[in-house]
Design a protein around this ligand. Sequence first.
Ligand code: ATP
Length: 353
Amino acid sequence: MRTAIIEGDGIGKEVIPEAVSILDYFNETYHWGVEKVPVEVGLGKWERTGSAITDEDITLLKSCDLILFGAITTVNDPSYKSVLLRIRKELDLYANIRPILPVPGVYKLLKIKDRKEADVNIVIVRENSEGLYSGIEEIGDEKSTTLRVVTKKASERIAAIASDLAAERKNSLTVVHKSNVLKSDKLFLDTCKQVAESKGVNVSDKLVDFFAYDLIMSPEKYDVVVTTNLFGDILSDLGAILLGSIGLAPSANIGDKQAFFEPVHGSAPDIAGKGIANPIAAILSLKMMFDRRGKKREAGLINRAVSAAIHDKIVTPDLSGKYSTKEVGAFILSKVRQYDAASFCLEDPDGLL
Ligand code: ATP
């Protein structure tokens, strides 16, 4: 199993090694045969070589089954093309899956009293290949346009993934759209409904503006949510409010051949190099990778170890703690080892993939 490791820029270089230590532990203990393939892309590479990602990098990534990714800094320079968009496009990673599931104990830690963790268990499934991120643009001084593309084919495949996920959970799918204004969304809405109904999934829909409000006010109403590219991007960052910190939000990008796992946060230049970035989003992204590979027990061990860090208050400053990235990572690894040796057999109850 070839697994590409992309640390990227900024705090990507700090949080990914903490996740990789846990991967190494399982790989060495259980002889999984994971072959790690380091791939350098991003701003650092662009500054050094003039290219943030090369054709060779893409070929290397295509030769891997799984990719663990940190973060990339994007600069506002016309010659700098988005690395993430290129990877998503070239590998056809069409489904972006973002769970909104608080780590047990985090509301108590952060003294959040106005909502309950038990009420928040949502997965946002974002169409990742078209919509407003089609890349079809005409930029001028007087007028600029970006083409919003919705196709039946892309809507069908994202609806199928979201419906299958819903069927494994509470069997409830919400399609989020703006078809009263954007007529292209009617095709997305109708296709999602057809696919969900054909799979026996209970399906409803919400306008995106109302949904943004309701997600925060009444998260208990939602199970799996499917939406278009830009709406999904914004809503899943909004949903991170329900997690307590963006440093706790993992995600996956799934295609038919490869799967790519990354923390939702970016490279956070404001705290990069200080050693205080929360590594939990990266570690939970590794957990999603384990879920994807059917390593349910190991995913469960990670969940439990992360909860122990929250419970014991071994956390970084974003969670009001005083510990460093490395200290939190080392604590979580020590708990993984301890629970593993104690033969805890805890299948991941919320295995998503
Ligand atoms: P980029 O341009 O790479 O997207 P950004 O700073 O615009 O970077 P984020 O990296 O998502 O966007 O950061 C948003 C805010 O959240 C910043 O204040 C950052 O310090 C904070 N943040 C992001 N990730 C973490 C983390 N893992 N731990 C602690 N704070 C974080």
